[in-house]
Design a binder for this molecule. Structure first.
Ligand SMILES: NC(=O)c1ccc[n+]([C@@H]2O[C@H](COP(=O)([O-])OP(=O)(O)OC[C@H]3O[C@@H](n4cnc5c(N)ncnc54)[C@H](O)[C@@H]3O)[C@@H](O)[C@H]2O)c1
Ligand SMILES: [Zn+2]
Length: 755
């Protein structure tokens, strides 16, 4: 496929023409500038660090291939972002730079080779480095004159930073006064926030309905860069010193010596700082620090290596934005190791027992992760959905050292386990065979990876989840009655709500109670009155919302809307479900018969005869049941799975009784698509087949439905019209057999007035 001009952002750098490269550099300059502003100035990044790093690397690669195209405002020449408004500016006596990045082992060997070349050192000449964690916070420069802290500044764009002196004075780790320090000393390091402090801050913010911080780095940056220093004071910030700017006399002649001197002056320095004698040693230290990452209690995003000898550092000097004598070896963005502290079982609305990993918090891809899904019992045991071996068959145990994986916005997963770190007393996890909530048997049906509680309505966990679903946004959406309130009423002795119908009897029951809701703690006349009013407002409800709110397995918003559109009225739907019940049974029997046939065919070494096996089961079924069933599964978007789930819950006595109690409280609005009445296809059942050339199948369906037609997936006696494009097969034949009118796409467009 030819790549259009606007698509070359996806092109390989090696494939770019000069013109494309120029346009791409312009695009990258703009995108990176916006990302820098969001990240550095507003402390609210809108792309992930990995995405940012990839864009930056792409920019560099294009510049390397087309040096002449490098822009005056090239992102590779810039550090950080501009000073935010409201702060006074501080010009740095010595620029505050960034660090070059390394992502794999080869980058580190190259780093060492480059330095040796630059200095003219033989490959075997000794060359020592320091290695230290790369703290994920923001850098700060502290200026001391005659031992007094006189100024604190952020990095800003590297040359000019923000004056945050008053803010820095509120941080306990930062000494106000030094003894025995050079007359002029600029100490540089990282301001950061610990995990527990970060969590407590976000909890406090939530209580005040204030903004949540995505990760400790953003929280630290947002807290330090406050125009009102009393806000900074209330935020528990910390500081690690690891570098220096202007000094009136040298701190030491080595990096390590300088760090020790800073520690002696009263600064916090990182205890994992170590001296290494070459790339191999650096990589060992990298692994050590990566493994320690989850237990540090604060975020690090890599390991920094620096040439130890300060005289050599001076000879190596700087590129435009980074020193030649240091490099940041970054951790992979989406992976992190941490401890599996516990496995909890959550019971869902449909009874599914879902195992959840409770993890020691670790930041992965810019987000703190403390929970991850473990899918189901097979996954914990090291088996995939089809019984295949996963993670080399390694199971997961409480206490294990596990690798957490997170990509984009997906729920974090546990990807791997390090058996060498398994505690001696770790035992295989036994998945519960009873519901942790109600004690009912939890069983696994054949072919289902999930174990389910059989308690149904008597299971509190299921009941509460069902209620939460019932009041959710796309369902009844009752103002003032969210997940929290539902949970509260579920456990309330005076005014309990155990099923949806009881929501609608709250007001009436409350009136009979000695202590009225309005007189309870946290409530008043107004709030109780508002709640009852909001509930009354939802007594009239559109059919599709009603169906969705029932929380029947497989019946999501789309299926609910399809059903509502097809049946129009609740009574029609429920009558069809009742009529179809014997057929749904047969369908399940046919599935069982098919499985049995497959098994015996396999054992007998012959080909399975699926169709005859299934067909035999259907013999002698009441035609009314069969036609109701066919109507159901003929609805576009509704398959046998949905149909069985629907019929089963409507046949389940307790559940049906609960639905009937609910209906008694409601007025269900029939679904009649507006503007449909005057269309020639309104009320008609239409089937599309073959290739449509002027529209997609989805468009055709949406358009037909907007005009009040019902779109079905299969041809039956109830079909009014078949629209057949080229390649129409069995459906066209069946329509001809049944005498159903068949037209082509153009005739269809003419009929609905779209030609
Ligand atoms: N998501 C976004 O939109 C976005 C935008 C801009 C930048 N970023 C992220 O910010 C980072 C780039 O910013 P950068 O230029 O500050 O580079 P950097 O953070 O990768 O490296 C330089 C910084 O590391 C810090 N550091 C921590 N520990 C250190 C130590 N022991 N020794 C020396 N320095 C140490 C210093 O503050 C220094 O300024 C990248 O991780 C990038 O992904 C993200
Ligand atoms: Zn249960």
């Amino acid at each position: 496929m030819p790549v259009s001009e606007s698509d070359f952002s996806k092109l390989d750098v090696a494939a770019l023409t000069e013109a494309q490269a120029e346009a791409e550099l312009a695009r990258l300059a703009q995108v990176l500038e916006a990302a820098n502003t969001a990240y550095h100035r507003d402390d609210a990044p809108d792309i992930s660090d990995a995405e940012y790093d990839a864009l930056k690397a792409r920019n560099l690669a294009i510049e390397a291939r087309f040096p002449a195209l490098k822009r005056a405002d090239s992102p590779s020449e810039q550090v950080g972002g501009a000073v935010a408004e409201g702060f006074s500016k501080v010009a740095h006596a010595v620029r505050m730079l960034s660090l070059a990045n390394a992502f794999d082992d080869a980058d580190i060997t190259e780093f060492d080779e480059r330095i040796r070349r630059y200095l003219g050192l033989a490959p075997d000449a000794p060359l020592a480095y320091t290695s230290e964690p790369k703290i994920d916070g923001l850098s700060l420069s502290l200026r001391y004159e005659n031992g007094q802290l006189v100024q604190a500044a952020t990095r800003g764009d590297g040359s000019v930073g923000e004056n945050v002196t008053a803010n820095a004075r509120t941080i306990d780790d930062i000494p106000q006064r030094l003894t025995g320090a050079p007359d002029i000393l600029e100490v540089r390091g990282e301001v950061y926030m610990s995990h527990p402090d970060f969590e407590a801050l976000n909890a406090r913010q939530a209580e005040r309905a204030d903004k949540q911080f995505a990760n400790p780095r953003n929280a630290a940056a947002g807290s330090l860069r406050q125009l009102d220093a009393s806000i900074t004071k209330a935020r528990p910030l910390r500081f690690f010193a690891y570098a220096w700017g202007e000094t009136s006399e040298a701190l030491s002649d080595t990096q390590m010596g300088a760090i020790e001197r800073l520690a002696a002056l009263g600064f916090q320095t990182n205890p994992l700082t170590a001296l290494c004698d070459g790339p191999d040693d650096l990589l060992k230290q990298y692994l050590r620090i990566e493994q320690a990452r989850a237990t540090l209690g604060y975020d690090i995003d890599g390991v920094v290596y620096k040439v130890n000898d300060l005289a050599l550092q001076a000879r190596l000097g700087f590129r435009s934005t980074t020193p030649r004598w240091a490099i940041a070896h970054k951790f992979p963005a989406e992976l992190a190791w941490t401890r599996l502290d516990a496995i909890d079982i959550q019971v869902g609305r449909t009874g599914a027992l879902s195992p959840v990993a409770r993890l020691s918090p670790v930041t992965v891809g810019g987000v703190v992760v403390s929970n991850a899904t473990l899918h189901n019992e097979d996954y914990i045991a090291g088996r995939g959905n089809d019984g295949e071996v996963i993670r080399d068959g390694k199971d997961l145990r409480v206490g294990d050292w596990v690798q957490v994986y997170r990509a984009g916005d997906v729920i974090p997963k546990v990807a791997d386990v390090d058996l060498s770190k398994r505690p001696a007393d770790a035992v295989p996890y036994t998945f519960p065979e009873t519901c942790p909530d109600c004690g009912s048997d939890a069983i696994r049906e054949e072919g289902d990876a999930v174990r389910r509680c059989t308690g149904g309505l008597i299971c509190p966990a299921q009941a509460v989840e069902k209620l939460k679903h019932f009041v959710s946004r796309a369902a009844f959406d009752i103002e003032g009655l969210g997940a929290k309130q539902v949970e509260m009423f579920y456990h309330d002795d005076q005014l309990p709500v155990h099923e949806p119908a009881e929501i609608f009897t709250l007001k009436q029951r409350d009136a009979k109670n000695l202590t009225r809701l309005a007189n309870r703690d946290g409530w008043g006349e107004t709030s109780a009155g508002n709640l009852f009013q909001a509930i009354d407002d939802k007594r009239r409800i559109p059919l599709k919302r009603f169906l969705f709110s029932l929380g029947i397995r497989h019946v999501g918003e789309v299926a609910a809307a399809d059903l509502a559109r097809h049946f129009g009225r609740y009574e029609t739907l429920s009558a069809t479900l009742d009529a179809a019940a014997p057929a749904a049974d047969r369908h399940l029997q046919a599935d069982a018969a098919e499985a049995e046939e497959r098994r015996s065919a396999m054992a007998e070494g012959r080909r399975a005869r699926i169709k005859p096996a299934r067909d035999a089961v259907w013999e002698g079924l009441d035609p009314a049941a069969k036609s109701a069933w066919e109507e159901l599964i003929g609805i576009d978007g509704i398959g046998a799975t949905v149909a069985v789930a629907l019929v089963t819950s409507f046949q389940q006595e307790a559940e049906r009784a609960s639905i009937n109690r609910l209906i008694a409280e409601l007025e269900i609005e029939p679904d009649d698509t507006p503007a449909a009445a005057d269309s020639p296809v309104a009320g008609k059942t239409v089937v599309f087949t073959g290739t449509l050339e002027k529209m997609t199948r989805a468009e055709a369906k949406a358009r037909a439905e907007a005009l009040g037609a019902k779109v079905s997936g299969s041809v039956s006696a109830k079909t009014d019209l078949l629209v057949a494009g080229p390649g129409a097969g069995s459906k066209a034949k069946k329509a001809a057999d049944l005498g159903v009118e068949t037209i082509d796409e153009d005739a269809w467009l003419a009929l609905i007035g779209d030609a």
